[in-house]
Design a protein around this ligand. Structure first.
Ligand code: ZN
Length: 479
């Protein structure tokens, strides 16, 4: 059912006449149920034209700042109208200002408020393109979260359209608050979520670890925000990792601060009609990290826990971390990993089952909660493409790791939650360790030497003492 009533007619006329698309008109008329937005663009355009037809002549007279249709028509005639970089978009305007009946989604006026977001970018065809990218990315997923980033100048245009409609409604003693308008993002979600779900066959779930993000840009109107920087420079501070000071947040902040008359002086209300629709800057897929934990034993005195590299030079060819993680990276098809463990041993220390049973690091077992030999470890797999494994597959993976080297053995390998890693680290903080040391020396040990050793209390001191001795061949200090 067409959602606009006689009450909305005036606003709908005003917006339509200034180059606003049907879905944006719905938003500004406060249509807050999803169904009307989901109709095809062509259908909506026909419906709204029918709805407004009776009063078209009146409409043209009332528009305070009509778009420059004559000029644009001229451009078309001159054959210089190639507004879109990829040539996808065409403007089709006929003499009396109405929009030529579009045979395809591409043959429409670009909305002066949403810059095409609620036009071709929420139609099935575009969603299909995004889904093709998602499928080609090779990620394994059972649901997804969809995020979208619009160019910041859309907020400026939204503000201008709001001021226009607010003023018009004011004439009829009606008010229009910012929150009375349906947000662009909301409307976009209403239309696109069901299309995504249908195309990919999985639900959209805000908690999903698999994220598909689309970033839009609109180079033609980048300058829309610049006047805000001159009037409210305090809102636009350079920030790290940001190419421009005109971020969406900064623009929103400035729009909340700027006085209505200042805005009107600087920016046309209604906003002018752009030539091209937005461009898609990127379509990205990413999967949140997954965690694998287990316990390891180390049987070699030439194997550090993590790669041992000093001044860019590798001291030993492998490490516990690499012997385990390399297999996981391949199987999970992950981008990178972060290895952590409950404590660490030095390179020439072995972690044997029986010996480890006596240390606090054996207290916790992820699977059973029992005391088992081996040092607990966890590996965060960043951006994994494969995430679903049967227990049999994990078992086979463990066997593969164990077969590949006689320097380590892994047990209890399993997928765990991020929280479980937290427990492992917490346990580590509570630990106290007792060390005994046997020291050889070629001079007679004095009482003051014993006192010196007794005074060494912090792990940092022990560590540095140990490293110093390691650096000098021939000296050993076993801790
Ligand atoms: Zn629009």
């Amino acid at each position: 059912m067409f959602p606009l009533t006689e009450e909305n007619k005036h606003v709908a006329q005003l917006l339509f006449g200034t180059g606003t698309c049907p879905r944006c008109i719905f938003r500004f008329c406060g249509v807050d149920f999803h169904a009307p937005y989901k109709h095809s663009y062509e259908e909506l355009l026909n419906d709204i034209q029918k709805f407004l037809k009776a009063e078209k002549d009146e409409l043209i007279l009332e528009v305070p700042n009509p778009p420059l249709k004559k000029i644009r028509l001229q451009e078309l005639e001159d054959g210089i109208d190639n507004p879109s970089q990829n040539g996808e978009n065409k403007i089709s305007v006929i003499e009396d200002g109405s929009i030529a009946s579009p045979n395809s989604n591409l043959n429409v006026n670009v909305c002066n408020v949403c810059l095409g977001i609620l036009q071709e970018f929420c139609e099935k065809e575009f969603i299909k393109k995004v889904c093709q990218k998602v499928e080609a990315s090779g990620f394994e997923f059972t649901n997804l979260v969809f995020s979208v980033s619009f160019p910041p100048q859309l907020s400026v245009r939204e503000h201008a359209a709001w001021l226009l409609v607010k003023q018009e409604m004011g004439k009829q003693s009606l008010s229009l608050g910012r929150n009375d308008i349906v947000q662009l993002k909301e409307a976009y979600k209403w239309i696109t979520y069901p299309l995504f779900s249908e195309e990919l066959g999985v639900p959209i779930d805000g908690k999903s670890l698999f994220e598909v993000s689309v970033v839009f840009a609109h180079p033609e109107t980048v300058g829309d925000c610049h006047f805000l920087g001159k009037i409210l420079p305090d809102c636009f501070k350079p920030a790290k990792n940001k190419q421009s000071v005109f971020t969406r947040m900064a623009v929103m902040k400035a729009l909340n601060k700027i006085k209505e008359e200042d805005f009107r002086k600087q920016f046309p209300c209604p906003p002018n009609s752009p030539k091209a629709v937005c461009t898609v800057l990127e379509i990205e897929c990413a999967h949140g990290a997954v965690f694998v934990a287990g316990r390891y034993n180390k049987y070699s005195r030439n194997l550090p826990q993590t790669p041992w590299i000093i001044d860019g030079e590798r001291k030993l060819e492998s490490s516990v971390e690499e012997l385990i993680s390399d297999h996981l990276l391949t199987v999970f098809k992950a981008e990178s990993f972060n290895f952590s463990s409950s404590g660490r041993e030095d390179v020439d220390v072995r972690t044997l089952g029986n010996a480890q049973m006596l240390t606090p690091s054996t207290r916790f077992c992820f699977m059973t909660g029992c005391v088992l030999p081996g040092r607990p470890f966890a590996i965060e797999l960043v951006n994994p493409h494969r995430v679903h494994f049967t227990s049999q597959e994990i078992k086979e993976l463990q066997q593969k790791i164990n077969k590949s080297s006689n320097k380590i053995q892994v047990r209890d390998l399993q997928l765990v939650s991020r929280e479980a890693i937290g427990h492992m680290k917490e346990g580590e903080e509570e630990k106290t360790k007792t060390y005994s040391a046997l020291i050889w020396t070629n001079k007679v040990i004095q009482k003051k030497d014993i006192e010196f050793l007794n005074d060494i209390k912090t792990p940092a001191t022990l560590k540095s003492l140990y490293m110093e001795t390691l650096g000098e061949p021939g000296q050993t200090l076993a801790l």
